[in-house]
Design a protein around this ligand. Sequence first.
Ligand code: ACO
Length: 325
Amino acid sequence: MRLAGILGWGYHVPDHVLTNHDLAQMVDTSDDWIIARTGIRERRIAATTEATSDLATRAAEMALAQAQIAPSDIDLIIVATVTPDMAFPSTACLVQSNIGAFNAAAFDLSAACSGFIYGLKLAQSLVATGAIDNCLLIGAETLSRIVDFMDRSTCVLFGDGAGAVVIGPSQQHTLQTIIVGADGSGGHILRQPAGGSRNPATQETVALRQHFIHMDGQEVFKFAVSKVPEAAEGLLAKIGLQVEDIDWFIPHQANKRIIDAVIKRLGLSPQQTIVNLHKYGNVSNASIPIALAEAAAAGVFQSGERILLAGFGGGLTWGTGLLQW
Ligand code: ACO
């Protein structure tokens, strides 16, 4: 089996900034409430002319340039997203055409906010076995298209953006153990009720605002603060490492209070935890790759350091993995 590693990374966020003060003009909320309950100060919103594939393409181009890999050398493109441009063709196929990666197979991955970690697991396995050489893995979202800007309990949380990595055979920035899981019995906690085969779009589903994100925030909170530490502890136990062996932690950027509770339980420090949600909010599948790419570009990680990744989201799903830089 070959080692699989991250050869390049990139991210892209839209220019338009929506601040908490802007949101306070739209719904009954305040900057103080949003910061205290979530840690979020602002988020990026895609232009009306931009869709998920556009953000994904920009992030992908940056990752390919950084990896110095030609689009024609990509064997597989995976786009992890809950906001594809459309049900089909896949957003990954749109990206493939945009960047000219015509030797690549392409598909979208649906595992809600854990999708990027699921994608890492898949890419690692395919590269390690020699089934493919280079995989372009992208987490990309335009969540502003499925956020109800009349619902103050959800509209303050989410934003738009994309992060990408190129994964291939490498002795550097290697993907170590990755564990993913799901509990479908909790699917009702976080969902977009209409627009699929269960509730196709009708005037009624639109009138009932069922094409937006519906979430039981407190249940998601409880799930995250128990499952993420449990999964991370399980990963460390499996590979015989202690929490002291971890240099950096990149959690899914959903809520600062969730992150604080998770690191407290794991015994990690705020100084070793990468947090950017104050700038971008929760970008679902894009949150971990943006945080990774932003920190890597800033030179935060030193060679050999261990980086723990942890995602959770709708499904319910979760995933945790270890990178060695
Ligand atoms: N501004 C002002 N007040 C608000 C707002 C708002 N934006 N939203 C809710 N409130 C009010 C509620 O109406 C409620 O008022 P009441 O007491 O009069 O009924 C009060 O604030 C408290 O509401 P709670 O829901 O109890 O607030 P909580 O402290 O649980 O915070 C939050 C809500 C931020 C949504 C929290 O539950 C949370 O972060 N949950 C996890 C959400 C999450 O991570 N989702 C995504 C994960 S998966 C993925 O990424 C797709």
